[in-house]
Design a protein around this ligand. Structure first.
Ligand code: MYR
Length: 282
């Protein structure tokens, strides 16, 4: 493993097999149904979660348990001196602050990195960290690189029903109440670590079209060197349509599909689609 360990939280939604292969450790967040807590991907699958949601059972969420995260870090091999901990945005969860607090509670140096986003864009940052760790970079070099990469990753998303974000308090109530805001399908994005509407658009199709237009402006040519991710919340048919469209528009890009798991699905609701991209330099 070497002396640097990579830790992320479960909202990066990296496949377990990928984490095992690349030695990535995962601190799970939880969903809470009727007072009972389920760690995502440990105690509840994404399928079981959406079944409960579609049946009208609405959960809340919570950040990883500090005690369990300390245990996870204490189980790392003795040679580990530094942990790079890449978390979801500090504007929507206390996970990043907990990672900072952890540094004083364990014997290794915990370098908390705020992805300022979540899900697949967060996973892109984890992949960058793996690449650098495997190339022999120091913890400081990895952190400096991640800061640069964070600025280059683009991500937008559209939800079917803004009520989920409003109920979870992750979208300003004032914004959601403006005019018929709840009746439209705004393109959403992260600004200063928080979720804000990027543009107010009437229909789902037009919102996705608007994101595609921004991609066409941002990605030059056939997509060579770009990673594109299409993320879905229990709407695989929308994802498949988007993946096909991206592969046609950017034939040389690396296009992959991901999902919004239980914790993020709680706040976005079924039917949400996210589109993210960045140019990989290796
Ligand atoms: C917690 O309880 O600490 C977790 C709160 C998670 C809030 C999630 C809000 C939605 C994030 C959408 C990410 C979209 C990325 C493309």
């Amino acid at each position: 493993m070497g002396n640097i360990a990579i830790l992320t939280d479960s909202t990066a939604y990296l496949p377990a097999e990928f984490c095992e292969r690349h030695d990535v450790h995962v601190a799970p967040l939880s969903v809470i149904f009727d007072g009972k807590s389920f760690r995502e991907a440990v105690d509840i699958t994404t399928e079981a979660f959406y079944d409960r949601i579609e049946a009208g059972n609405l959960p809340t969420t919570s950040q990883p348990s500090i005690g369990e995260t300390i245990e996870l870090i204490e189980r790392l091999p003795n040679e580990v001196t530094d942990v790079i901990a890449i978390t979801l945005s500090s504007g929507i969860s206390g996970t990043y602050q907990s990672m900072i607090a952890l540094n004083d509670m364990v014997d290794v140096n915990v370098h908390a990195f705020d992805s300022e986003i979540s899900c697949m864009p967060q996973a892109f940052l984890v992949e960058e960290a793996i690449h650098l760790r495997d190339a022999g970079a120091s913890a400081q070099e990895i952190m400096a690189h991640l800061e640069k990469m964070r600025e280059l990753i683009r991500a937008y998303f559209v939800v079917d029903d803004l009520d989920h974000l409003q109920r979870g308090g992750r979208l300003s109530a004032a914004q959601a109440l403006v005019g018929s805001f709840l009746q439209i399908k705004p393109v959403l994005h992260f600004q200063d670590r928080m979720i804000v509407p990027f543009e107010k658009i009437r229909t789902y199709k037009k919102a996705v079209r608007r994101i595609e237009e921004m991609m066409e402006q941002s990605i030059q040519g056939d997509g060579t060197g770009y990673c594109i991710g299409i993320i879905h919340a229990n709407c695989p048919e929308r994802q498949a349509e988007e993946i096909a469209s991206m592969k046609q528009k950017f034939p040389q890009a690396h296009v992959t599909g991901g999902h919004f798991g239980p914790v993020i699905g709680t706040h976005l609701g079924p039917g949400a689609i996210g589109i993210t991209w960045y140019r990989r330099e290796w």
